[in-house]
Design a protein around this ligand. Structure first.
Ligand SMILES: Nc1ncnc2c1ncn2[C@@H]1O[C@H](COP(=O)(O)OP(=O)(O)OP(=O)(O)O)[C@@H](O)[C@H]1O
Ligand SMILES: [Mg+2]
Length: 335
């Protein structure tokens, strides 16, 4: 890859769950939840806090405040919120005022985003103060950020399990061979766990607790997890212990959805490309790929190896930052 010394701008992954920004020389300069807390008093929505602080307040706010997620399934839901959010991102990642003068940006978009969704994103970023915004498919950015060259004459397949969407994409030699997505991913796993807890253990927990339980499974293999919440019937505080296998069981319907799109993508591919992928294995990234037992479920279903990216939560932004200096990749894949 070319020298990064003279490259300026930012690589950006605006995710449903998290926003990550990478600078070609400084590395990751922002990694925060894509949430804003806005005041609903008055006619205009005014952001009170953005990012990590806002997320901590979910489920804890009083009247007159509401948590807003400016992106849904990786695309913009409401232009005004998105613009406000991106303005605050730009302010956080630039240290000097002159750095804020229309910096370049390569932003990841789902490979399956429509032309309208792409245009909305470019418009929001442009109005928020970025200059020369280019969009790169997230699977391509994530692959580049994980060391794969998407211009090489060899087929690769990646699976990105984010918060809002799971996307499977096969690509080779500057082109996309197939891409499919489903709108069930990490957040759906959290919801499934919430419902499981309520039905099987009669305990009601907050959204953040359910997510925390899901993420804790990763390290605690055999042991069980303690979950705090309220009794579904009496409303009193309640404590239960949950076995790790129960979490895997609860999220099974979600992983089945991902297995289905993966199978469909493999069917779309020409045999030579399937051969490449069987030999090299699949690459998985996105927060959902970190769930313990998830990669095993996919390997069991397909019988070929799957590796999780070294930095599954930041590789899309890192790849986008690399693209700032890769004219050829941008010419092949950017919109
Ligand atoms: N260690 C972990 N174990 C299980 N799930 C995890 C872990 N870490 C993060 N997640 C889940 O990953 C999801 C967020 O992943 P990621 O940041 O890749 O999504 P995103 O890029 O913001 O979303 P999208 O790509 O859908 O727009 C959340 O649902 C979160 O609960
Ligand atoms: Mg993502």
């Amino acid at each position: 890859m070319e020298s990064m010394n003279l490259v300026s701008g930012f690589g950006i992954d605006l995710g449903t769950a998290n926003t990550v920004v990478c600078h070609p020389r400084r590395g990751i300069v922002l990694n925060e939840p894509s949430v804003m807390l806005v005041s609903t008093d008055g006619d205009r929505k005014r952001p009170i806090v953005v990012g990590r602080q806002a997320r901590e307040l979910i489920g804890r706010t009083s009247a007159g405040m509401v948590a807003v997620r400016p992106l849904r399934d990786g695309v913009i839901t409401d232009l005004e919120s998105a613009r406000t959010f991106i303005v605050s991102v730009l302010r956080k990642v630039t240290r000097k005022p002159w750095e804020r003068i229309r910096p370049r940006a390569v932003i990841g978009v789902p490979a399956g985003a429509t032309a309208l969704e792409r245009r909305a994103l470019v418009e929001a970023a442009d109005e928020a103060g970025f200059g020369r915004v280019m969009l790169i498919p997230e699977p391509i950015a994530g692959a580049i950020g994980s060391g794969i060259d998407p211009l090489a004459p060899r087929a690769h397949m990646v699976v990105d399990v984010g918060g809002g969407t799971a996307e499977v994409t096969g690509f080779c030699y500057g082109g996309i061979l197939t891409t499919r997505s489903c709108r069930v991913a990490g957040d759906e796993m959290t919801l499934a766990l919430y419902q499981y807890l309520r039905q099987e253990h009669q305990i009601v927990v907050g959204e953040l607790t359910a997510e925390d339980v899901k993420m804790r499974v990763r390290d605690d293999d055999e042991c069980s997890l303690v979950v705090e919440g309220r009794d579904a019937a009496t409303g009193r505080p309640k404590l239960i212990t949950l076995r790790a296998e129960e979490v895997i069981e609860a999220i099974k319907p979600t992983s089945d959805g991902i297995i289905q799109i993966l199978a469909a993508c493999l069917e779309d591919l020409p045999p030579q490309a399937v051969g490449d992928i069987m030999r090299d294995g699949l690459l998985a990234f996105g927060g959902g790929s970190l769930l313990k037992g998830f990669t095993q479920l996919l390997e069991d279903a397909f019988g070929f190896p799957l590796r999780v990216a070294e930095r599954p939560l930041t590789c899309v932004a890192e790849g986008a930052a690399i693209c700032l200096a890769e004219e050829k990749v941008l010419r092949a894949y950017a919109a």
